[in-house]
Write a protein that binds this ligand. Structure first.
Ligand code: NAD
Ligand code: FES
Length: 279
């Protein structure tokens, strides 16, 4: 049945995976594109970059972090339940080509959306290096899946509980210092991580593609909620992006706009958790 959850996994605390029956999207989606999901009539519209797809099975995979009321509610759904709507594929696909040596970086939940891009870059003939990192070992997922599709894999944790201690950007700096000739970088994760990765690559003029995650409403270019500044121009992430040249992105503005509804989001979550008896 369309939009039915056919597989659910808890990848890490508060990080859930749904494989969804969605043959139409599965047939068309390309790496880098996203869907907007609503789990019920009152649910927020949640934009999620597609983490995987299977054209034969007619399914797409989404991975989300329970951070607010809607994502917590969605996380309670189980196999057999149906999402109210899944709209997509939206946004522009990643520009996949043979660049030479590429480094694909996933920070935290950003590990999921960088996966299909990494796989496509490898298939396009690139020497493909991945750096995946999380705050701590239990939040890291898909190490084995990445190992199967890359030439080199490096892992970091902020607290040193697994892999090398530090941020993913530190590992990229190490590769550059070690003399790697890198032709292109993809970085997906929290805005601050993408900003820092761009600071690392800018002096070396390594083109760096980032996938932005501003607040979105309609996801189709009509509401203006997702506007970002790129190279001094206003762009709509949902139709012009989500991927942009990171060296041109105004990350400070992005981060400021991302936190506009922080208080309301916290209030809604507190009320929800209180209602559930969690707090
Ligand atoms: P997090 O705060 O746990 O950070 C993940 C990793 O990013 C860290 O382990 C570290 O390696 C790196 N990082 C964090 N702060 C850094 C800094 N100051 N300098 C350098 N590197 C730093 O992330 P999380 O809680 O998993 O949150 C994931 C974020 O990614 C969310 O904000 C989510 O919206 C975003 N996201 C974006 C997309 C997208 O398509 N753009 C997709 C999924 C998630
Ligand atoms: Fe409304 Fe992009 S989400 S214009």
């Amino acid at each position: 049945m369309v939009n039915q959850i056919i597989r659910k996994e808890e990848l890490a605390p508060n990080i859930k995976l749904f494989e969804i029956d969605q043959p139409l999207i599965a047939r068309k989606v390309q790496p880098g594109q996203f869907v907007v999901v609503r789990h019920n009539e009152k649910g927020e519209r949640i934009p999620l970059t597609v983490a995987d797809y299977d054209r034969d099975r007619g399914t797409i995979t989404i991975i989300f972090q329970e951070v607010g009321k809607s994502t917590y509610e969605m996380g309670e759904l189980n196999v057999g339940d149906t999402l109210l709507d899944v709209v997509g594929p939206l946004g522009q696909p990643s520009e996949i080509a043979n660049y030479g040596t590429v480094v694909c970086i996933g920070g935290g939940v950003g590990i999921a959306p960088v996966y299909p891009i990494t796989r496509a870059l490898k298939a396009a003939g690139n020497h493909t290096i991945a750096i995946i990192g999380a705050r701590t070992k239990e939040l890291l997922f898909w190490e084995e899946r990445f190992r199967e599709i890359v030439h080199e894999l490096y892992i970091t944790t902020d607290d040193g509980s697994y892999g090398r201690k530090g941020f993913v950007s530190d590992e990229l700096q190490r590769l550059i210092d070690d003399g790697y000739k890198i032709d292109r970088v993809w970085a997906i994760g929290p805005a601050i991580m993408m900003k820092v990765v761009c600071d690392v690559t800018r002096p070396h003029q390594i083109k760096t593609i980032v996938s932005l995650n501003p607040i979105m409403v309609d996801g189709t270019g009509m509401c203006g909620a997702c506007r970002v500044e790129v190279g001094g121009e206003t762009k709509f992430t949902c139709v012009d992006g989500p991927e942009f040249d990171g060296h041109l992105v105004d990350f400070d503005l992005l981060m400021k706009r991302q936190s506009i509804y922080k208080e309301q989001e916290k209030l809604a979550l507190d009320l929800y958790l209180k209602h559930k008896g969690v707090k």
